[in-house]
Each structure stands twice: as structure tokens, then as C-alpha cells.
Design a protein around this ligand. Sequence first.
Ligand code: PEP
Ligand code: CO
Length: 492
Amino acid sequence: MSRSGLIQPPPSDRLTGTMTPATPSWHPLSWQGRPSAATAMPYEVVSAGLAPADPTPAMKRLAGLPPLVTSWEIERLKTLIADAQAGRRFLLQGGDCAETLADCAPDAITAKLKIILQMSLVLVYAGKQPVIRVARLAGQYAKPRSNLTETRSDSGATTTLPSYFGDLYNRSDFSAAARRVDPERMVDAYWHAGLTLNFVRSLLDAGFADIHHPEYWDLGFLRHAALRPEVRGAYEKLTARVHDGLAFMNAMEGTAGAEPPTNGAGQVSTHGVELFTSHEGLNLYYESALTRTVPRRTGHYNLGTHLPWIGERTRQLDGAHVEYFRGIRNPVGVKIGPSTTAETVLKLASTLNPGGEPGKLVLIARLGRANVERVLPGLIEGVGNRAGPVLWVCDPMHGNTISTASGIKTRSFDDVLGELMASWRIHRAAGSRLGGVHFEMTGEDVTECIGGATGLSESDLSRNYASLCDPRLNYDQALEMAFALAELMQAG
Ligand code: PEP
Ligand code: CO
């Protein structure tokens, strides 16, 4: 299948004006021909029962549609991340493991927005500094799988079908029709991402995040949350003091240290709460179709999301994903698993951020509670200042996935919290700083992770297990996690 002609590579050094010499031949499709796991972009796989599919027509349609986010927002996020790298902000990133197109519904979107805003409120209060809110939202539709196919046996009959690769590729039902990998779904996903974002933007504009909006910000909501007694104590203090003073208000606005912004009537305005989007940039056909140049700026922006990240399975230095990511102007995240060496991180940093641009690189360590003590100190020490400015973020979810005896994927609240606490402590001991957290979570009352104050056990998991991929913290568990982190922040 030829993709040439879809997005014309620019003359080789038109891009080099403000880019470093390390990127002379980059263009949005220069990743093609680089090695990548077949499960990352399974369109072309003819083996294992998958029919080849041509993504070109869908990409052409996407390439003509408007951006989902703007370069101003992306540059703004970069300055906020640069601030976080300098210790002045904290990053809260979270959302579904696998967002579905069906999640593009008012209640689901509102619930996601609400939990991330409420968690950020707790963290702003505890950390006494602004929180950058980044949702896994409006594009988290592609999943890396370990196998191209999935086999199921039912009443003696065995069926093998393509794996579910996320709604960006196919559907999760176990039928041949649903599992067909269909490039047109990229266009569908784009519309759903756009509508999701439109609703989020409208809610925020309309004052959903207004600190005076009782149902979202009044801390009365916490009264109903299941919290350990000591966490409840922290909550009591929080409710008593949260409206104290402008320092807090300024931090919510992200203007710590400045005069509080006012509206025309001289009131403190709280409409400025910002939210950014992120997703794993797994399907490079989708990502490159949304990668554009913009007037009066140099270089290319992925205008499908603010903060795309490279997953643990696709961060090979010579691979397609690193090639694509090295050329975009967005801030980028890289997942760092337990087998990663400091040397690899340094090479990734020099490829992805050769100029050492502040705000550009976010290292998302997902080491696992069992590995964090052994691996993280060496990474911190080995990377030091040699990678340029980086933001160290802890994803305490992906190294802690376990299977129950009956084969249900889950995570223990204690393992998640254990990795988070250890990371916090290890950074402090090393004179470094944990600058953010990355959770898989939902604002709904699902039963996917065990533990937490509500005492969810293995036998509860089947009650409301809704994730199509990894288990998420539910509303209570996510809030409890925010309070636990708040305690760490307050302890210093
Ligand atoms: C994810 O974030 O959902 C994911 C698959 O992460 P990782 O690449 O770290 O395994
Ligand atoms: Co996941």
C-alpha cells in the first residue's frame, strides 16, 4: 500500500529553521518504514486472520478537517509543564484506560470532568501550588495489545478473532464483524473526540468549574465519599479551610503569587480553570493526519491532543513512534517501565528533545510497587540533569496489574498507593521532585480495582466491571488517592 501523496513531505530543510539539526528529514509520515509492533497499527497485517485495510482514504478525510486543539493551547501547556519542571506546579493526569465512542455521552463526560476537578482541588489545597489538569480524554481510543488475535472457547467450539485494539480500530464484541479492523473508525473517533471536547469546553466556559458552583466545588461532596477515618479528618480540615484566602484562589487559577484576576464587577473570577487533553499516540496514521503546520509558527503540531504520549511497548529508539514524536512541537510523555535503563532514557531525551526545550518532556514512570525501590533511584541518579529539563511523573497503575484466580484483571489500591508513596519518598531522598501523577480512574462507581476505604474485594469485581481494558480507580478510590497524595504533599 502506498501512502505517498497523502501528506507531502516538505522539502527536506524547510523544517530546519527552528528545529535542531537532529531533525532534518522529519515529516509527519517519516515514521513509515520504521519498525513498529504490528499490534500498534494493525491495518496492514494480513496474517492471523486480519484482512489488510487501507487507511489512506480515512487519513485524507481527517487531514481536511479542523484541528481539535490549537497551537496556542499546546504552547501554553508547555509553559505550564516548564513551570512544573521548575517545581512551581504539579501535574495531575488521569482518565480511562480505554475511552470508548459510547463514552461520548453527557453524564460520562461530566463525571470525568468532575473527578479530575475535585482531585485537583484537593491537591491544590495540599500542595499550595497550581495543578495542571490533563485528562486522558477525547482521543484515548487505541490500545496496545500483546497479541494480534484472541481465542475464545464456547461449548467446545474455539474461535480466533482479531484482538480488540480500541474503538479507534474495531469494536470489543467478540464477533467477526465487530473485530474487523476498520480505518473509517478513525474518522468516527475524530468526531467523537471533537464532540467530547466541545462539551467540555462549553461546561468550563459556562462555569462548571466555578469555585462557587455548589454541586461541583462545594466540598460537601466529600461527605458522601468513603474515606478512612484519618482521611476524613483531613477532609474536615480541608472543608474548614478551603475557602481561606486568595492564595488558594490564585493557585486554582494558576496565577500563584499574582493579583487575583477579576471580572468586570471586581469579583474574583474563577472561570479560568484549564483542562488539557492527552492520549497515547499509538495509531500513527491518525496522529499524522492531525499533524499540521500553523500560520506564524514554525514546525508541526499534533492538533488532535495537547499532550500525546508514547507507550511502554512502542518507545524503541529506532521505532516508528519515536520517529513520529521527535518531530512534533507538542510536549510529549514517555512511559518508562521497569526494564528501562537511565541510558535509554537519556537517548530518548536527546532524540525527543535534542534542544533541551523546557516543558517538552514528561517521563511517566510505571515501574510497579515491586520494582520501584530497585529501579527508580538508579533512573533518577543516571538521568540527573543530563536529559535537560524533564518532569518526573508517577503512573502507579500500569506496573501493578494482576489477574485474579478467575482471570479478571485488577489492581490493588494498596499497591497503587504503595508505588506512589515510594516514588514520592525516593525522589525526595535523591534531591529530585515527583512533579506529577498519572492515574487510570473514572468518576463512576465501578468495581475494577480492589481495596480502598470501601473495602472492595475480589468478589465485588463482577458487580460493575465496565473497563474494556485496564481496571480504573472508581470515584471513591480516586478521591481517597488524592487525599493520600495530599498528605504526602503536606508532610513535605
Ligand atoms: C496505558 O497508559 O493505558 C498503557 C497501556 O500504558 P503503558 O504503555 O505504560 O503500558
Ligand atoms: Co491502561
